[in-house]
Ligand binder design. Structure first.
Ligand code: AMP
Length: 418
């Protein structure tokens, strides 16, 4: 018996997991797999990067392979995700887990030709992953039948149930059979969506593998106080002297483009993804970043949730997200699967309020550090050791960073605020 069969999963499904390096089940997997097998509704909060995809995919695949589908191979599991990139990633994971099993899966999202998706669904699919917009398009075109759905999964459930998506989700729910299993997974939950979940879930098992809305302990959180117009410059200096990969988050497409253009002009290996880019560009750029061909990826919050980028050491927030929950997701791109990570946030003067909201959510003060630099060379140097040292960082004497340091009179560099 291995760690996964002990949880009730079949040998045929768990055998290939060893090759994927899954020797132990993570906490969220240990807690979620048994109730999902027992066909209970589940509301699960798990730290980002803690293995939540496998926590719902594995038991669902096991049920699919053990029970017979209805007539005409209907879609039996529907998983909704807020971004195309996350939907694609879940599908990629499913492909790995399915291996040689005779199960079919498909992913549908907008921005790519619809006909290919229609063909694939037409051939019969057991497990469908979708973003809500394209799913509704296909429903409107009568290309999809969701009347045999046995399980609905909402990944990044708080985002799926917030106001931006609620109407679309409601329309999808109207197409599903009343009798079904509902699984809600997220790293963050806010009070706003609780009323919606109350109506959605039936006697749910509440799974909480870590404190809700928590920043991972293995991610070092740092703030640099800067001027808005210095942000791209600071990112450049932080990254110019090292080869580490970095994901830079910007609140708007405009800021993402500004940072991307600045860094590229400086000769950095950089690209941007946001909703103005074509889906082809988004997919290609993300893949290049995952493959290590690009050092810096600048992205809006479309890349904040769920994306799994192996061994990403550093996230920089070009600006502070407006929604505190987005901070937890953004920084969750680093420090995944137990690795160490650093998350630096560049805070302009008008962003203090947003930081306060984040600190309240994560119940933690974020360390305000001096901007590290190499004395005499007038250069910043990013180094996690230097950042860890905190107090030993010097502040530049006669340049921008010095001005910044002066403004920080009340918040001494390298000290926690009181
Ligand atoms: P997720 O939170 O689902 O995005 O997973 C985060 C990362 O952890 C992914 O790279 C998974 O492949 C990996 N992972 C998930 N479960 C396990 C496990 N039991 N053992 C080792 N790695 C895992």
């Amino acid at each position: 018996m291995n760690a996964f069969t002990k949880l009730g999963l079949s040998e045929s499904l768990t055998q290939p997991l060893k090759q994927l390096g899954y020797s132990q089940a993570t906490e969220i997997q240990q807690l979620s797999i048994p109730p999902i097998i027992a066909q209970r509704d589940v509301l699960a909060s798990a730290q980002t990067g803690s293995g939540k995809t496998a926590a719902f995919v594995l038991p669902l695949l096991d049920r699919l392979q053990q029970t017979k589908p209805g007539k005409g191979r209907p879609i039996r599991v529907l998983c909704l995700a807020p971004t195309r990139e996350l939907a694609q990633q879940i599908d990629d994971n499913i492909a790995l887990f399915i291996g040689e099993l005779p199960l079919r899966h498909a992913v549908i999202y907008g921005g790519v030709p619809i006909n290919q998706q229609i063909r694939k669904i037409g051939n019969g699919v057991d497990f469908l992953i979708a973003t809500p917009g394209r799913l509704l398009d296909l429903l409107a075109q009568k290309e999809l039948d969701l009347s045999q759905i046995e399980t609905l999964v909402l990944d990044e459930a708080d985002r799926m149930l917030d106001q931006g998506f609620q109407d679309q989700i409601q329309k999808v729910l109207n197409q599903l059979p009343k009798q079904r299993q509902n699984l809600l997974f997220s790293a963050t939950f806010n009070a706003q969506i609780t009323s919606f979940t109350d109506g959605l879930l039936h006697d749910p098992v509440i799974v909480q593998s870590q404190r809700l809305n928590k920043a991972a302990d293995n991610v070092k959180l740092i703030i640099y106080e800067v001027e808005q117009n210095e942000k791209s410059d600071i990112i450049y200096y932080l990254l110019a002297n090292n080869k580490q990969q970095c994901l830079v988050f910007a609140r708007t497409r405009r800021n993402a483009n500004l940072a991307d253009a600045y860094l590229r002009e400086k000769g950095m290996s950089c690209a941007a993804i946001h909703s103005d880019k074509s889906q082809h560009q988004r997919t290609q750029t993300l893949q290049k970043f995952k493959d290590g061909e690009i050092q810096i990826l600048v992205a809006t919050d479309i890349a904040a949730r769920g994306l799994d980028i192996e061994q990403l050491p550093l996230v920089i927030n070009y600006d502070i997200p407006r929604r505190a929950e987005d901070y937890v997701h953004r920084i969750g791109r680093t420090g995944r699967a137990g690795m160490q990570g650093v998350a630096i946030s560049l805070m302009g003067g008008d962003e203090r309020g947003n930081v306060a909201a984040i600190e309240k959510l994560i119940q933690k003060q974020i360390f305000i550090a001096a901007i590290p630099y190499i004395d005499g060379e007038n250069k910043f140097e990013y180094d996690s050791e230097i950042i860890a040292a905190g107090n030993s960082i010097q502040v530049r004497k006669n340049n921008k960073a010095n001005r910044i340091a002066k403004r920080r009179k009340n918040t001494k560099p390298g000290k926690r605020r009181s």
